[in-house]
Ligand binder design. Structure first.
Ligand SMILES: O=c1[nH]cnc2c1ncn2[C@H]1C[C@H](O)[C@@H](CO)O1
Ligand SMILES: [Zn+2]
Length: 358
């Protein structure tokens, strides 16, 4: 079998559930925006800056990885900047062949220059809408949904959850918590999750990335998460062998088809996985967990949705059948209504992969 190339993957439709808006800026845009507000960057040449982000994020620790966001968040403090970054995000994802994306960010981090939470949300929604319209005009249709994130070390999750519900009919499709995991368990935000459940709203939780099974267990069994952001450490509950044995939590996650938003390159950078070839995605796919492939932070990982898939093709020998499976898994797990998910699966994804599968 001839290996699939990156160019071929770019042309295939893909669905992305875990991508951070403040982790995906174009380096050239950061340079321009930083210049306008007088923010000092570690490098002012866009290519050099791009390399700096990847190197700095290559720290082996989530806490140090997260420090790099100081430079992106700093330049995303005005409506114009947020609009531009969101529009460029939609265009970049569409150019990479992503047809459906859920992009997240934490509104509470964009208030440093006096914006209200509502102004932040509306600027980003307008940017996504404009970028999606332009991408469609260029022949690359994309639908972008927004997830609002609350920072797990802070205390604004209830407020952000209410904000997400208020904008549910205007493009916000879900809620998330992110930030340093160790020491900040999901149950700190139980009120927000219980509120969201009473509102019949959707949420995912970053869990099982820098901390293990207790974090995953809380996210699902205490907080009621629909999906797991990363969740890669579920492998700690699987005993390897000819016939791998699943513990109670791993069995529950698989039985209930709880989607895992796996982010291979990001996991290698933060030390959650030793390498792409040794990433638990291989085992989790073989065991038929509801695995999805994601970028996490395209800037910090110097990556794209197509590149993440190409890395898996190279490491695990995957073909179009596996790439279609990841894509349909993601689309099935999206937070938009069921009928809309089905339309994308049946009218966009399946026909394209049918041709690729030959
Ligand atoms: O992989 C991650 N784990 C935990 N937190 C993360 C990750 N990637 C980004 N974040 C944080 C940093 C951003 O400023 C914030 C909102 O997007 O979410
Ligand atoms: Zn993330």
């Amino acid at each position: 079998m001839v290996a699939i190339t990156l160019d071929e993957i770019v042309k295939a439709p893909k669905a992305l559930l875990h991508d951070h808006l403040d982790g995906g800026l174009r380096p050239a845009t950061i340079v321009e925006l930083a210049d306008a507000v007088g923010h000092r960057l570690p490098a002012t040449d866009p290519e050099e800056l791009g390399r700096w982000f990847v190197a700095a994020a290559n720290s082996g620790s989530l806490e140090r990885y997260l420090e790099t966001f100081d430079h992106t968040v700093a330049v995303m403090q005005t409506e114009e900047a947020l609009y531009r970054v969101a529009a460029e995000c939609a265009l970049d994802l569409a150019a990479d062949g992503v047809v459906y994306a859920e992009v997240r960010y934490a509104p509470e981090q964009h208030l440093e220059r006096g914006l209200s939470l509502e102004q932040v949300v509306e600027a980003v929604l307008a940017g996504f809408a404009a970028g999606s319209v332009e991408a469609t005009r260029e022949g690359r249709p994309i639908r972008v949904g927004t997830l609002l994130t609350a920072m797990r070390h802070a205390a604004r999750s209830q407020e952000i959850a209410e904000l997400a519900v208020r904008y549910r009919d205007n493009g916000v499709v879900g809620f998330d918590i992110a930030g340093a995991e160790a020491g900040f368990p999901p149950t700190r935000h139980l009120d927000a999750f219980e509120y969201l459940q009473r509102e019949n709203f959707h949420f995912t939780i970053h869990a099982g990335e820098a901390f293990g099974l207790p974090s995953i267990w809380q996210a699902i069994q205490w907080c009621g998460a629909d999906r797991l952001g990363h969740g890669v450490r579920i492998v700690d509950d699987i005993t390897p062998g000819q016939l791998p044995a699943l513990g109670r939590l791993a069995a529950y996650v698989r039985d209930k088809r709880i989607p895992l938003e796996l982010c291979p390159s990001s996991n290698v950078q933060t030390g959650a996985a030793p390498s792409i070839a040794e990433h638990p995605i291989g085992l989790l796919r073989d065991l038929r967990f509801r695995v999805t492939v994601n970028t996490d932070n395209r800037l910090m990982s110097g990556t794209s949705m197509s590149r993440e898939m190409a890395l898996l093709v190279e490491a695990f020998g995957y073909g179009w059948a596996e790439l279609q499976w990841f894509t349909i898994n993601a689309m099935k797990s999206a937070f938009i209504p069921f009928d809309e998910r089905l339309t994308i699966i049946n009218e966009v994804i399946k026909p394209a992969y049918a041709k690729l599968l030959g």
